[in-house]
Design a protein around this ligand. Structure first.
Ligand code: NAP
Ligand code: ZN
Length: 349
């Protein structure tokens, strides 16, 4: 077994603290990675605090992992020692259901295996990227193009794919007016990617102080969503809205901005339910509210390649592992520009 150092929450009430555990020795299909950086997703916080009521403890969060390959199993063909490698939100799925066969492992009908918190439908716990090493089967490991800022690539593994996948699925592109709701980790990647896809991008924020940043990141317009007059100016005008907000809020304020047949996709996953949407708002213009979960493995590689080609990385603040609890508090206050990334070397301090 491989001795691994990390940080874990031992119960929902605990802050994260140093935690030692063991990883399996790499099997024939496995890639062993020395983790260099791990992004901090709001889902890590939801999970560490059991806000979704399905956390297995100890909980070692982290699913925005980048590092270097240090060992490969005998049957590994895609990776060699020294390669850069990434791991996102999944480390396994059944690979034979209809969804897996379509490359949609995130919707695996038998439940994918999360990088942390174990199989979706129960089973042995898994430990994520708030740690110095990970062993993952090769078909769930991603290639990272060299020459990029590695720390700033890490958040693409969740925030990048979670925004890329729905933008692609709903065919966002030139000539379309697209809204992104919330300028956090997911939202700022949504702005960059939708802009790169050629859409006219409008960022909705509750934080007027983020306006200049949003324009710099690629938004064409910024709307302060608490300002009813500003919102009213955009009624019935959006082809697509991607909602990344991590807290319950009135969805009608946004569905009313969609044009006929427009869709708002929710990727934000608040612990408490949103107030029920007004059905008349949907019926009278055949509008849709939908959801979307991360993205498949092939699509994640496609997104990484798209971002490398377009020079897109995350805007980050690097933190030491020991600062994670303070980082969670700042994330809850919306005080992050725009993703915390843990320098895993700090674990050795
Ligand atoms: P984040 O960095 O904390 O960003 C969330 C943003 O939501 C905030 O920056 C804020 O933007 C906005 N917001 C507005 N009102 C808020 C409130 N009352 N409380 C908190 N935020 C508020 O979070 P994230 O990492 O981007 O994750 C966002 C959500 O997506 C989380 O619920 C996370 O679990 C979920 N998620 C889902 C998937 C998926 O596959 N569907 C994948 C990853 C994460 P403004 O200041 O601009 O208003
Ligand atoms: Zn995430």
């Amino acid at each position: 077994m491989i001795k691994t150092q990390g940080f874990a929450a031992l119960t929902a009430k605990d802050t994260l603290a140093p935690f030692s555990f063991e990883r399996r020795e790499p099997g024939p299909q496995d890639v062993q990675i020395d983790i260099e950086y791990c992004g901090v997703c709001h889902s890590d916080l939801h999970t560490a605090r059991d806000e979704w009521h399905m956390t297995q403890y100890p909980c070692v969060p982290g699913h925005e992992i980048v590092g270097r390959v240090v060992a490969v199993g005998a049957e590994v063909t895609g990776f060699k020692v020294g390669d850069l490698a990434g791991v996102g939100c999944m480390v396994g799925s059944c690979k034979h259901c209809a969804s897996c066969n379509e490359g949609l492992e995130q919707y695996c009908e038998n439940g994918f295996v999360g990088t942390y918190n174990g199989p979706l439908f129960g089973g042995e716990n898994t430990f994520g990227g708030y740690s110095d090493k990970i062993v993952v089967r090769q078909d769930f490991v991603l290639h990272i193009a060299p020459g990029q800022n590695l720390a700033a690539v890490a958040p693409l593994l969740c925030a990048g794919i979670t925004t890329y996948s729905p933008l692609k699925h709903w065919k966002v592109g030139p000539g379309q007016k697209v809204g992104i709701v919330g300028l956090g980790g997911l939202g700022h990647m949504g702005v960059k990617i939708a802009h790169a896809m050629g859409a006219h991008v409008v960022l909705f924020t509750t934080s007027p102080g983020k306006t200049e940043d949003a324009l710099r990141l690629g938004a064409d317009e910024v709307v302060v969503s608490r300002n009813a007059d500003e919102m009213a100016r955009h009624a019935n005008s959006f082809d697509f809205i991607l909602n990344t907000v991590a807290a319950p809020h009135n969805l009608d304020a946004f569905t009313g901005l969609l044009n006929r047949d427009g869709t708002m996709t929710l990727v934000g996953a608040p612990a408490e339910a949103h107030p029920s949407p007004n059905v008349f708002n949907l019926i009278f213009k055949r509008r849709t509210i939908s959801g979307s979960l991360i993205g498949g493995i092939a699509e994640t590689q496609e997104m990484l390649d798209f971002c490398a080609e377009h020079g897109i990385v995350s805007d980050i603040e690097i933190i030491a592992m020991q600062d994670i609890n303070e980082a969670y508090e700042r994330m809850l206050k919306g005080d992050v520009k725009y993703r915390f990334v843990i320098d895993i070397a700090s674990l050795k301090k």
